[in-house]
Design a protein around this ligand. Structure first.
Ligand code: HEM
Length: 410
């Protein structure tokens, strides 16, 4: 009974909060973040510059600090500068916490709360959790004051207007969560902190992992990489201008590459659900109410029933509208499906496309020669599914201006 009440409470908390977060991720809002991703991607390629021509290295730290800086700026409106400062306290705290949570996830004896308190990991866990909480609490207090001052300086009729998505310009999710939940009477500071940290944790490593897999795959398949580069040449010509939002929808081949990478290497390889009432499957088996189930996204994505006999092959063109089978809406679900799916999926696709296009305009990715028809990347499960070698790649500089575009154009 106690478990049931707790489950219902948790569900009602989730439902109430989800009602606020979904509109905050509407396309009109997230397109305002293009500038942030574009700026942060430029910093990323500058940081990669000393690595050009120096052989294989792990690109993971570069990617994860790019996604952390982008998420913190869009979620809290704060420039963390994790890319320029790998010793940033917040970056170290989040990395240590993720490591501890992952360790706890896979070690049964670390799971009971009463026992964990006696373990040496507990003190480190609490210390880093407090660093993150204090940081976010300060940001929330400042943001509330800012909103209050703005509110007081406006006339009464202006304040009565509903939230206007059209006039929303590059504020953070935190602004939105405060406003959409009802201002002073809406989310409490603790609720805001929980939401902001959920977005930060859910949005950082997931996107970095996906960019990492895509780069490694492009290193294995140079002919596909050249097609991506040709598309970039078509969109940007010989200019080295930063990407703007109108460019994104033109990068259609890159989008297929990203989707195919998410299909073969979904960063979240499975999801868990609790069965609320008996479900009879088409096979005749019954999933009894109360049982827990694991849905394998990895398995679905490689099932020949949906993807054909060459399901394991890296073939971005299977996402061409004329080839993609829309009948099975769950055959492609890197962001899950249904009411509990990923709220940040459009945000993630945008962040990935911007980072990838900025890197690939400047550099050619050289991977470990992949002559096989099917890619093979050794993976490990650490909450997410990551590459064992932490995404080893080498970089070559592209010949500046048009010569590289023309020479390699198909
Ligand atoms: C490639 C990147 C990403 C992947 C593959 C991914 C994948 C997923 C998946 C599979 C779930 C559902 C888990 C389940 O059904 O139990 C999920 C949930 C979630 N994701 Fe993402 N995600 C990504 C990026 C992001 C980003 C960038 C954000 C926010 C900035 C984000 C925020 C969330 C949140 C808040 C939830 C929980 C939704 C809820 O329970 O209502 N994700 N994500």
């Amino acid at each position: 009974m106690a478990y049931f009440i707790r489950a219902v409470n948790t569900l009602s908390i989730w439902r109430r909060r989800r009602k606020v977060t979904v509109p905050a991720f509407s396309p009109k809002i997230i397109e305002n973040f293009v500038e942030v991703f574009s700026e942060q991607s430029e910093i990323l390629v500058k940081r990669l510059e000393p690595r050009v021509g120096t052989g294989q290295f792990s690109i993971w730290p570069y990617l994860s600090s790019y996604t952390l800086d982008s998420v913190s700026e869009t979620a809290m409106g704060v420039k963390l500068h994790a890319q320029e400062n790998p010793n940033s306290l917040f970056l170290q705290a989040i990395n240590k916490l993720l490591h501890l949570v992952s360790e706890r996830f896979f070690c049964l004896w670390l799971q009971p709360n009463w026992l964990y308190k006696f373990m040496p990991q507990y003190a480190t866990h609490e210390k880093n959790k407090n660093i993150m909480h204090e940081f976010v609490d300060q940001v929330i207090t400042k943001k509330r004051e800012e909103i209050k001052t703005k509110h007081e300086s406006k006339s009464e009729s202006e304040n009565k207007k509903d939230f206007d998505f059209d006039s929303y310009k590059r504020n953070s999710f935190l602004d939105l969560l405060i406003t959409l939940s009802g201002g002073e009477k809406g989310f409490t500071n603790v609720e805001l902190r929980e939401e902001v940290l959920t977005l930060t944790v859910a949005g950082t490593d997931t996107s970095a992992v996906s960019i990492g897999y895509t780069l490694v795959l492009l290193g294995k398949y140079p002919e596909i990489q050249e097609k991506v580069h040709q598309e970039l040449c078509d969109v940007f010509g010989d200019s080295d201008r930063p990407l703007v939002k109108e460019d994104i929808s033109k990068l259609k081949y890159l989008e297929r590459v990203v989707k195919e990478s998410l299909r073969l290497y979904p960063p979240v390889p499975f999801i868990a659900r609790k069965v609320l009432k008996d479900i009879k499957l088409s096979s005749g088996y019954v999933l009894p109410a109360g049982s827990g189930i694991i849905v394998s996204i990895w398995g679905i994505h490689r099932d020949p029933k949906y993807w054909g006999p060459d399901a394991e092959k890296f073939d971005p063109d299977r996402f061409l509208p004329e080839r993609f089978n829309f009948e099975h809406s769950c055959s492609f679900m890197p962001f899950s499906n249904g009411p509990r799916n990923c709220v940040g999926y459009q945000y993630a696709l945008m962040s990935m496309k911007i980072a990838l296009s900025t890197i690939l305009r400047r550099y050619r990715i050289v991977g470990k020669e992949g002559t096989l028809r099917n890619p093979f990347i050794k993976v490990k499960l650490q909450i997410m599914m990551k590459a064992v070698d932490d995404y080893q790649v080498a970089l070559e500089r592209r010949v500046p201006k048009t010569s590289d575009c023309n020479a390699r154009g198909s």
